[in-house]
Design a protein around this ligand. Structure first.
Ligand code: OAD
Length: 249
């Protein structure tokens, strides 16, 4: 249990580091969107407790039963489309405006960072509001809810799939390259609302730390990395992130 004065000291320390930092990187996971009403994947109420990821979020599942996979993604679109960015998303968008060099890496596919005003966003796992043709690879934004089945590519007639990364698939190599470059160059990194179990995102905090960054974790509960990082702040992102970045910094 951390003493309240220790929490206040840690917040003051992170604010000072943010003031000094020249290059800031943020990595977010499902926890940053939880207070907007987006279900997380693990823990109480986590999505993977209700659905088996291997039945729904793998290329094999899509080959076997594309309709079922599209039903799942249409359901997720229905859940997501009325949701709004929360105080953590907004605070990160405000932080970006103040930083000379800022990159936000997110594992989330919900688009809420961009809705809050974040611009320098690298989506490691894709975006649920985009589709990709399984034939010609063309990508397009498609905000229909639901997308009627079977969805076809306007260009080649091929079957469309959600433009997200499924289990067993590689992340986009261009996105990964840019992510690692920013991790190597940053001097401060915030790791917010991720359980740290899905690679390669899980080890990005350590990677930045090994390259000299001061790494701060913000999570409701400890993760496998909490002790390794420089500071671990336990609590809700919607409360802590605005405290860290509120002006004057
Ligand atoms: P998880 O569901 O694994 O973890 C969510 C984390 O957020 C947990 O550590 C929670 O303790 C924390 N959390 C929950 N509410 C919070 C709050 N209000 N404030 C701060 N922290 C909070 O989600 P991810 O780590 O993002 O991948 O999962 C990683 C990947 O696994 C996802 O991108 C997805 C999933 O399978 C793919 O679909 C490829």
């Amino acid at each position: 249990m951390t003493r309240p004065e220790q929490v206040a000291e840690n917040i003051a320390l992170v604010r000072e580091k943010l003031r000094q930092a020249r290059r800031v990187v943020v990595l977010t996971g499902a926890g940053v969107s939880a207070e907007s009403g987006v279900p997380t994947f693990r823990g109480a109420g986590g999505m993977w407790r209700t659905y088996r990821a291997t039945d729904l979020a793998t290329p094999e599942a899509f080959t076997k039963n594309p309709q079922l996979v599209w039903e799942f993604y249409n359901y997720r679109r229905e859940v997501l489309h009325p949701l709004q960015p929360n105080a953590a998303h907004k605070a990160l968008a405000a932080l970006e405006k103040r930083c000379q060099h800022f990159v936000l890496l997110t594992q989330n596919i919900d688009g809420l960072h961009q809705a809050a005003g974040s611009r320098a966003v690298l989506e490691l796992h894709g975006n649920i509001w985009w589709v990709r043709c399984t034939g010609c690879g063309l990508k397009a934004e498609d905000r229909r809810v639901p997308i009627p089945f079977p969805p076809h590519c306007d260009a080649c007639g091929g079957m469309l799939r959600p433009d997200v990364v499924w289990f067993g698939e590689s992340l986009d190599s261009g996105v990964l390259h840019r992510a690692y470059t920013t991790l190597e160059e940053c001097d401060l990194m915030l790791v917010i609302g991720t359980s740290g179990v899905v690679q390669p995102a899980a080890s990005m905090g350590l990677y930045a730390q090994q390259h000299g960054a001061f790494v701060v974790e913000i999570n409701l509960e400890p993760t496998p990395y909490s002790r390794a990082f420089d500071v671990s702040l336990l609590g809700k992102a919607g409360k802590l992130v605005p405290q860290l970045v509120k002006e004057p910094i």
